[in-house]
Design a protein around this ligand. Structure first.
Ligand code: CP3
Length: 357
């Protein structure tokens, strides 16, 4: 089926667009009262993720409210560790936790590589349901965590401030970490290719914790596995390219290396000046970002100014997908998110007038 709005896919491939496309990281989430309602009905977050009809419903909620240019599958990066048998759960008001611990080499060696159409069938069912309900309105983004980021949660047993468990292992028994990362990379390739077969039209890899590494360790433990994934993905489906976006939070120093993986786009956080990012890698890749989500807590005037500054920083022409530099937070007023989206849509047209559409 023809897409009615393909700006997001076109911008990722640096093809001409009439205005800059926009979607928001965590656009389906707790800042929306309608999300909180469905989440309460489901009981807990993972029950919501594992119910394809409810996952579809919350995926579509932000699109009913705002004229966004893409939908993102409602799920979580930790579905893979869960499918490996780690027993993922979210305590009330806490981050993610696992019932199982990884204690030694044997625990890592014994982890299975999940079959996406078996252990993760609920994700593929959600993708199929969402594609049907979207009816070609906007593209659907699929996603996964990076092997490094997934490994941090698995070895730390949840969120961490210091990453001391995984780093201790990295600097004492690096081969154990590599076995885990290799298994995760294989799992992510199968998982993302299954999402593409089920209907996602673009994929994004979230490397939330790559930025806690030294430059050498980043290349060895995070980027090289993302590169393997980029090389293993189905890059064409349904007669069009499936663009791949890599997002390493705090990865601004390493843009050239990230661009060399062969990805189509790089997600950048707000610590990076988008003008500089474009000058460094804009000839190779598109850029996604990069407003600080905290700006959505500011006044409407301030939000508009910051949007203008980012549009101006990127400058003329295609290759920019507007987004936040990280997820929207639960304390944002949905009306401020509307101000943000409308500002991007109305101000960005003048940056595309010289491109022949
Ligand atoms: O963007 C979207 O709207 C799609 C859904 C999505 C979620 N998580 C839903 C979610 C996506 C793309 C993610 C990715 C994800 N999950 C990342 C990478 C992006 C990032 O934020 O850096 C990470 C690190 C996770 C792991 C995770 N999931 C954590 C640390 C937490 C708890 C922290 C928090 O924000 O509450 C989650 C839970 C989670 N994932 C929620 C949502 C909407 C909140 C859970 C709830 O409703 O109670």
């Amino acid at each position: 089926m023809e897409l009615k709005n393909d700006r997001y896919l076109r911008a990722l491939l640096k093809q001409p667009v009439d205005r800059t496309p926009i979607w928001m990281m965590r656009q389906a989430g707790r800042y929306l009262p309608e999300y909180r309602e469905i989440r309460a009905k489901a009981g807990d977050f993972m029950t919501l993720c594992k119910n394809p009809e409810l996952a579809c419903e919350v995926t579509l909620q932000p699109l009913r409210r705002y004229p966004l240019d893409a939908a993102i599958l409602f799920s979580d990066i930790l579905t893979i560790p869960d499918a490996m048998g780690m027993g993922l759960y979210f305590g009330e008001g806490e981050g993610p936790k696992f019932t199982k611990q990884l204690n030694d080499f044997m625990d890592v060696v014994q982890l299975p590589i999940p079959d996406p159409e078996v252990e993760l069938k609920y994700v593929m069912d959600a993708v199929r349901t969402i594609r049907r309900e979207l009816n070609g309105d906007v593209p659907l983004i699929g996603f996964s965590g990076s092997p490094w980021t997934l490994a941090t949660y698995m070895l730390e047993g949840g969120s961490s401030k210091t990453f001391s468990k995984i780093k201790k292992l990295m600097y004492s028994e690096p081969e154990v970490v590599h076995i885990l990362l290799d298994k995760l990379a294989q799992s992510v390739i199968l998982y993302l290719n299954a999402q593409i077969a089920a209907g996602v039209q673009s994929v994004m890899i979230f490397d939330t914790w790559g930025g806690v590494l030294t430059p050498n360790a980043y290349r060895e433990y995070s980027l090289s596995y993302m590169q393997q994934i980029v090389e293993g993905l189905t890059r064409h489906a349904d007669g069009r390219p499936v663009p791949v976006t890599l997002f390493t939070k705090n990865g601004g120093l390493w843009l050239e290396d990230i661009a060399k993986t062969g990805c189509d786009a790089i997600g950048i956080d707000w610590t990076m000046d988008i003008r500089l990012a474009r000058a460094r890698v804009g000839d190779k890749v598109a850029l996604q970002g990069n407003m600080d989500p905290a700006i959505l807590l500011g006044s409407p005037e301030r939000i508009r100014l910051e949007v203008q500054a980012i549009l101006d920083g990127y400058g003329q022409g295609s290759g920019h997908v507007f987004n936040l530099g990280h997820g929207i937070t639960p304390d944002v007023d949905p009306e401020r998110a509307r101000v943000f989206i409308e500002a991007v849509q109305s101000f960005s047209r003048t940056y595309h007038i010289n491109t022949d559409l």
